[in-house]
Design a protein around this ligand. Sequence first.
Ligand SMILES: [Zn+2]
Length: 437
Amino acid sequence: MSDLRERPEANELASTPYYCKVLIDLYRDDGLTGMMTEDQLLAHALERIIEREFAKDLFDRALVSEAQIQEFIEALALEDFSYGFQGIPVEDVRELAEAVLPAETEGWDFDRSVGQFTQIALVSSTPLGKVQFSQEVMEQYVLGLGLIGSFEQRPDAFRRHLAYRQIPSDWLTLRIMADHVSRKGQFSQLGSLLFDAINQPASFKNLLQIATLVDQRPDSIFPKNLTIERQDLSGIAFKRCDFRGLSLRGCDLSDTSFDDCDLRETAFDDAIFRNTDLSGVEPSRLKGIRLGDLVRLYSVKVAPNRTLSNPAEVRTWLEGVTGEVPEIVEPCDAAQQLRYLFSKFVRPNGQARRSWLDRRGTLAGRKIHDPQAILTSTIRFRYLIQDSARDRIVRPEGDLYAEMVNYVKDLTLTRGLRALLSEACERPGCVHVPARR
Ligand SMILES: [Zn+2]
């Protein structure tokens, strides 16, 4: 079993008794050697599971084949993906089973076969009576197979699938897609799909994440004239990517990580830094990095246990790693606290977040400046409205809301916001937000 311990994906599979048995049998019969890759391991497990279903007489070979069962499972994974992995309604499962059964299957045979599909060992029922994959890693794998199938044969369906939602960057799904593209040399197809997906965040991010797993130099996969400026790159994990001299101006880098990447001379002006992870970048590979005035800085992780959210700390850190003095905008504590409060109602990119929050929620979290004092002034200046009956704090509408949005996005001070901060800030002669260059 020591082989299993060294393989996280096998380990996860082995945590379910059924899969554990499949893996032990696999080990006994073939030797689970170190030669086997993650996807080979899962391919083998999947094949075994389907064989067992026939051995247990769950399926009748006269009615369905292994290939049809696999086709059904792939369709199931794609369907679950479209539902946000919340499980698939039984009616949908029936429809998917019907689609793979031969057209001449009728009556009792038909009902029996459809029933068998819902009892396949890969899936189980949720408390709400939906069908879901019993094992996440198997679902990730099968989803990858389904996506490869549509990438090869049905490009329109592939585009539709990728637009459902962003696939988590650490999912096996993306790795097996990338392996497939590498093996088949389908890089130009991927590049042109990327071009088409520009400004469609989910598709673009899925394709870009796959591309980064295939090739390490992002600009080599981009068709000429494709710009990655002002794109939503949130949640993407870049690994060993060479961004030297590229421009990621205005991109949303919330929860984006750059592990072992080269960011020399890379332009990040006006990018959103929010839980952005630079801790895996060698300091020497940050030389000449252009971060602009960092007006959209929320937090940046600079070492495994060190996340900076204060602009002054970020400036000191940058000076240390680049040897240059950055000209970043450093709002005062009250101005930072105000943005933090507003950001509970407005996203960093200016999109609406929520229209109300209970009072406790507005005061929770970071305390750069007295949150109660900031909230009191904000309500007094009507940038938030107090709903005393329900103890809620409500977002305004119209011009005041527009001011809020611009303040969250770019720290734009209006006359009203300046008056608010002058009341709440205790620093004599403070300008709250220094003018941008
Ligand atoms: Zn101030």
